[in-house]
Design a binder for this molecule. Structure first.
Ligand code: HEM
Length: 477
């Protein structure tokens, strides 16, 4: 017996009710009506929606919930079941552990921290310099700019450096020209696939491939696969063992050395897994990190007091003459609170990435069958009035204690929870910290005019993104 939920229609189930925009709000209304666990029917599949943080944690810590529901959203980029996001069992464990380890090594927060931090800071200087030039040449005389494209370029340049360019200039232009656009196109395809229902009705790809977003996903995935294969083959030619400088090198070495036919790194399958895993890193980071920074910018343009408090903290901890360093983070509780509140309020990855049960289990008095889709209602969890009191208010102070320190709150799960949570969290937090802190060390932002900033309603898709907006920028002395 499964928990109750909205009554389904024959064949399509509840799909007609979750079609179109703002579906996250519909799921929240059902959470209020049916409670912390309810069932929806998505075509021929049943899904359990979990809207309670403790239930979600308990469930996602069980090995049976580590399966992944294979939607077209990731099938195409994973070229079937390769890589990390779309795999389970041995392949998932091996690929995820390897990627997480190499990210630590070549990302910002690990052994290469000392070498990558200045590179990241110089990327930020470039964004600031571009903004200065753009604003000077603005004919209208109003110094306004949309920041999102700049932030995406910054993030993508860094990701591409970590994955495939080892920080050289060539990699950067490659990224600018192709990978950034491809990851954006792919995310657009994913957004379309969520609103058209393709995410849960795979047969739509046969009857409406263009309209459903499938063709966009497929075209983009094919192109980006070619891009990575080209690079990988080029690199393999003159690869020197032990001299790896990025994730692609680490993969080449691993593939070259693997002689165990049972390993997910072996032979042609190993190559497929490696390519999919690297692409998934680009896709998984390409929009999430920039849109989180973008939401934070929008909130701070609205909330000038919070912005001023952040600037004061930056001045106090870092000052005006020195560049920020990741080590400063531990001394900046208000920054941490602003970011945390932005992650909570936007609840950008609103339904996480669906899981699927790999075996029957007993849970909370119900028998949950193998194959059941698991949908974490992260939007509801981050907006539940019982937990937050005033969830519709942007209020970083909810994460600050009386003595001014940062309050960790276990209910926050913007990166998911359990054994399958996002392993890019550390890197995302590092990339965001350096950008946000250096930006507000240099500038302050204001609404273009009071009625020009959008409200906080989101553009609905796989992610909840802010509506396009511009801000006025004032450089700080
Ligand atoms: C603010 C930025 C980010 C947010 C909010 C975010 C959030 C999430 C969430 C909610 C999941 C689903 C977890 C689950 O399945 O239970 C996820 C998975 C994932 N994320 Fe992130 N993420 C962010 C940045 C990144 C970055 C920078 C990377 C790569 C370096 C990354 C790589 C991944 C991968 C590969 C998965 C799939 C993990 C798996 O299937 O085991 N993410 N992320």
């Amino acid at each position: 017996k499964l928990p109750p939920g909205p009554p389904p229609l024959p064949l399509i189930g509840n799909i007609h009710q979750i079609f179109g925009k703002d579906v996250h709000l519909k799921f929240c209304r059902w959470s209020k009506e049916y409670g912390r666990l309810y069932t929806v029917q998505l075509g021929n599949k049943q899904a359990l929606v979990i809207s309670d943080p403790k239930c979600l944690k308990d469930l996602f810590n069980l090995p049976a919930s580590l399966g992944r529901y294979k939607t077209e959203l990731f099938n195409v980029i994973a070229n079937g079941n390769h890589g990390i996001v779309n795999t389970e069992g041995k392949v998932w464990t091996e690929q995820k552990n390897f990627c997480a380890k190499t990210l630590k090594c070549f990302g910002l927060g690990g052994s290469s921290r000392a070498s990558l931090e200045p590179v990241v800071l110089s990327e930020i200087e470039e964004v600031l310099s571009d903004l200065r030039t753009q604003l000077k040449s603005s004919k209208s005389g109003i110094e306004t700019a949309s920041l999102l494209e700049h932030i995406k370029r910054y993030n993508c340049n860094i990701m591409w450096k970590i994955i495939s360019s080892g920080g050289n200039e060539e990699g950067k232009s490659e990224c600018d020209n192709r990978a950034a656009k491809l990851s954006r196109d792919y995310l657009d395809g994913m957004a379309r696939a969520v609103t058209t229902g393709l995410a849960f009705l795979p047969w739509l790809k046969y009857i409406a491939p263009e309209w459903s977003g499938y063709n966009l996903l497929k075209r983009t995935a094919d192109e980006v696969h070619t891009l990575v294969i080209e690079q990988l083959n080029e690199r393999r030619k003159d690869f020197v063992e032990g001299k790896g400088k990025d994730i692609m090198d680490a993969y080449i070495e691993k593939l070259n050395l693997c002689d165990d036919p049972k390993s997910s790194f072996y032979g042609e399958l190993g190559l497929q897994n490696g390519i999919s895993a690297m692409l998934e890193l680009v896709v998984a980071s390409g929009e999430t990190t920039p849109h989180t920074i973008n939401w934070l910018m929008l909130y701070l343009a609205h909330h000038q007091r919070a912005q001023q408090k952040l600037c004061d903290e930056i001045d106090r901890v870092i000052g005006k003459d020195r560049m920020p360093s990741l080590l400063d983070r531990q001394n900046m509780p208000y920054y941490e609170a602003v970011l945390q509140e932005s992650l909570r309020f936007s609840a950008m990855v609103w339904m996480s990435i669906p899981h699927e049960l790999t075996e029957d289990i007993e849970f909370e008095g119900y028998t949950l069958p193998k194959g059941l889709i698991l949908l974490p209602n992260l939007y509801y969890i981050h907006h539940d009035p019982v937990i937050w009191g005033d969830p519709e208010k942007f209020r970083p102070e909810r994460f600050i204690s009386e003595d001014g320190s940062f309050i960790r709150n276990d209910v926050m799960m913007p990166f998911g929870t359990g054994k399958r949570l996002c392993f890019g969290e550390g890197l995302a937090r590092d990339i965001m910290f350096l950008f946000i802190v250096r930006f507000f060390q240099s500038a302050q932002i204001f609404p273009e005019s009071l009625d020009m900033l959008p409200d906080f309603s989101a553009q609905f898709g796989f992610l909840l993104n802010a509506q396009p907006f511009k801000v006025a920028i004032k450089w700080r002395k």
